[in-house]
Design a protein around this ligand. Structure first.
Ligand code: ADQ
Length: 442
């Protein structure tokens, strides 16, 4: 039996959290971009509500039907923490830590993907369009195509796709390929990711190469999205840090892919060498996947560095690094982005990295500077940033010094204005539209 929704999004998480028994919207660019399409098409969002062992009936939230998929504690540990985040995540981010290949996690990944595919099949109307999101659900397109050949299925990978030589490590590589091939269109963040996939498919004698495309994801800009904060909020941030000459900012999930320790080390060495003065830094590090050992190690390294830098270079009431290990409301993030002279985005590998785009969107007047890793997907579009190689600490230091030295120059202003223009004209709504237009033609 099928439902009557003509547009269905399938993602690991529903766009809501349960707080004290109430559903609270978890605002994100993806929901914002897809909400109009979902509302226009009596749409439905299939996903996990974020609470293990809890069962909920489908419900309406802000004009969209939410269809919860139930996961139990074992699913959470083996599908989410295990196969998704301790096998696929490190493998697809070029082995920054070693992936674990565990046969029971794989069985669980298949079983959970089946739950999502069945839920999508039960809610999609005849001939509907279904858009599956990300690495946790790579088997869903293939499973869904078998259950419902009448559907048009899109898949978007938010993280990088590794080179064929790395992907071949995966013991279940063929099954994953077969799963993805169920999609009528597979979207990637960068041309390089798309080419890695098509090269791999070309080497597989059984592959039925599906249609692929490159669709760099973006952010909400303008009203309700990222734009400059009020002057008084900016002064409040800078004032509370005793008005440093240069305010630096980092905003990341606390993940080993993000290179947080490397950027702190670069700053520490520059302070030691006397090449930076009157600086303050805000480092927001959102708690993430906290039970996984490699995340615990990353956190310990970051917090030790923060302590060491403040111990050596801070003064009473004036630490150098202001560290926030918690979630921050969007309005506050906007103030931080707008107040910061230099944004540091130094991942070892990142599908896109939205925080780089969010920062640029808050500086339409040409103020500010962006230090950006070459290994972030965003570096393809934001190539006027101070690019650096996070594996080379001297390169990170060089990019920081260059950004400081060029503050306020015509060259720096022109670069920021050009990048702002690009981000505001290529927002997340444009991203969703370009994918869905291409899918409609597939
Ligand atoms: P992430 O790895 O989570 O995303 P990113 O693209 O930077 O990385 O997105 C993080 C988002 O979380 C941003 O919108 C940011 O504003 C928000 N955020 C970060 N810290 C926060 C905090 N403390 N409080 C509140 N909000 C916070 C994955 C991939 C990326 C890809 C995106 C989207 O790893 O490569 O760009 O999906 O496709």
């Amino acid at each position: 039996m099928s439902g009557d929704n003509q547009f269905v999004v399938v993602a690991n998480r529903l766009p809501v959290d349960r707080v004290d028994g109430q559903w609270v919207a978890s605002p994100g660019g993806l929901v914002a971009a897809l909400a109009p399409v979902l509302k226009r098409n009596s749409g439905c969002w299939v996903g996990w509500p974020g609470e293990p062992d809890a069962s909920f009936e489908p419900f309406e939230n802000d004009g969209i039907t939410l269809h919860p998929v139930e996961l139990d504690q074992d699913d959470f540990e083996e599908f989410y923490e295990g196969f998704s985040n301790s096998t696929l995540w490190p493998l697809y981010h070029d082995l920054i830590v070693k992936p674990t290949y565990d046969r029971s996690w794989w069985q669980r990944y298949k079983a959970v993907n089946k739950k999502f595919a069945q839920a999508a099949a039960s809610t999609a109307g005849k001939g509907a369009t279904v858009w599956v999101q990300d690495y946790q659900l790579q088997l869903v397109p293939g499973m869904l195509k078998k259950l419902r050949p009448d559907l048009t299925i899109g898949f978007f990978l938010h993280i990088p796709f590794p080179s064929p030589d790395l992907f071949r490590q995966l013991p279940w590589r063929r099954d994953v390929l077969r799963g993805l091939e169920g999609a009528d269109l597979i979207g990637f963040q960068r041309k390089r990711d798309e080419m890695n996939f098509t090269d791999l498919a070309a080497q597989d004698p059984h592959a039925t190469t599906p249609r692929t495309g490159t669709f760099p994801i973006s952010i909400e800009t303008g009203d309700g999205g990222f734009s400059p904060a009020d002057e008084k909020d900016i002064s409040q941030v800078r004032g509370s840090l005793a008005n440093p000459r240069t305010l630096m900012l980092g905003v990341d999930r606390l993940d080993y892919t993000k290179g947080i320790l490397q950027r702190l080390t670069a700053i520490e060495e520059l302070l030691q060498e006397g090449r930076l003065d009157s600086i303050a830094m805000i480092q927001v590090a959102t708690p993430s996947r906290e039970r996984i050992a490699s995340y615990k190690t990353t956190r310990a390294g970051v917090e030790e560095a923060v302590g060491r830098i403040n111990g050596r270079y801070g003064k009473l009431g004036r630490p150098v690094v202001h560290y926030e290990h918690h979630s921050v409301p969007k309005s506050q993030l906007r103030s931080y982005y707008s107040a910061a002279d230099i944004m540091l985005v130094t991942p070892f590998k990142d599908g896109m990295n939205l925080v780089a785009k969010e920062y640029v969107a808050c500086h339409p007047d040409g103020s500010g500077a962006l230090v950006l890793s070459e290994f972030a997907g965003a570096a393809v579009e934001l190539d006027q940033a101070h690019l650096c190689n996070p594996f080379d600490i001297e390169s990170v230091k060089g990019a920081i010094v260059e950004a400081v030295d060029k503050q306020g120059s015509t060259e720096a202003r022109d670069a920021m204005r050009a990048m702002n223009e690009h981000v505001t004209t290529h927002d997340v709504a444009a991203w969703a539209e370009s994918f869905l237009d291409e899918l409609a033609r597939a």
